[in-house]
Ligand binder design. Structure first.
Ligand code: AP5
Ligand code: ZN
Length: 217
């Protein structure tokens, strides 16, 4: 399976992608998680990315394409396919992905857009908690961990993302609609697009994603 999850901040990409990874034995490439890893390690790239992420803007296409290219070439888990979460976010990223896949003689099966009104994303984003090492996400009300502020699997502390505040969310939404909106049309024209109602519960969203995959593969 080779698929892309597109959706606004809080739509549920990071909630659904690990299920796809586990069900289809593919790699889960989350560009936001990769950048947060660089920030945690305090690398020069991380320092540069932090300013951009906290402003709700996008890191340069060249850097992001390089990260995906490196994973596709070197991550053995990607041999069986992939789910991309947070990439491509611009038309140049989508075009570069096409040429990478062409070189690899691989084809995308589907592009799933998680559709939800901006209004509903405020509570999802402001209530989110994450486990930094794994990228696992929880929600204070909608998806609470077994023990407050603690990761179920490791017992390590959960944190709030610095970009998960109303001001930055507003900017992230503008960025999504202006820069990533055209990516949706790009895949629609190629006949790869499926829209899913992302306002449903996580299990209903998952059922609908599975159905879309069965129809496309
Ligand atoms: P990234 O980390 O990708 O952030 P994002 O796209 O804004 O998406 P989120 O992670 O906020 O949302 P999600 O859809 O994963 O939601 P989740 O499942 O966690 O990117 C961060 C930044 O990095 C970008 O702003 C940009 O600066 C930079 N960047 C990344 N990729 C880039 C690229 N390719 N090019 C350039 N720059 C790039 O769910 C949210 C919350 O809701 C959780 O608490 C969850 O528990 C809850 N929830 C999920 N589903 C449901 C449901 N069905 N019902 C109720 N609650 C739910
Ligand atoms: Zn995410």
């Amino acid at each position: 399976l080779r698929t892309i999850l597109i959706g606004p901040p809080g739509a549920g990409k990071g909630t659904q992608a690990p299920r796809i990874r586990d069900e289809y034995c593919v790699c889960h490439l989350a560009t936001g998680d990769m950048l947060r890893e660089q920030i945690a390690k305090k690398t020069p790239l991380g320092t540069m990315a932090k300013k951009i992420i906290d402003a709700g803007e996008l890191v340069s296409d060249d850097i992001m394409v390089g990260m995906i290219k490196d994973q596709l070439e070197n991550n053995k888990a990607c041999k069986n396919g992939f789910v991309l979460d947070g990439f491509p976010r611009t038309i140049p990223q989508a075009e570069k992905l096409d040429s990478m896949l062409e070189t690899r003689k691989e084809k995308l099966d589907s592009v799933v857009q998680l559709q939800i009104d901006d209004q509903l994303l405020i509570s999802r984003i402001t209530g989110r908690l994450i486990h930094p090492a794994s990228g696992r996400s929880y929600h204070r009300q909608f998806q609470p961990p077994k023990t407050p502020m603690t990761d179920d699997a490791t017992g390590e502390p959960l944190v709030q993302r610095p970009d998960d505040n109303v001001d930055t969310l507003t900017k992230r939404l503008v960025t999504y609609h202006t820069q990533t909106g055209p990516v949706v049309d790009y895949y629609r024209k190629k006949g790869l697009w499926t829209g899913i109602d992302a306002a449903q519960s996580p299990s209903v969203v998952w059922d609908n994603i599975s159905k879309a995959f069965k129809a496309s593969t």
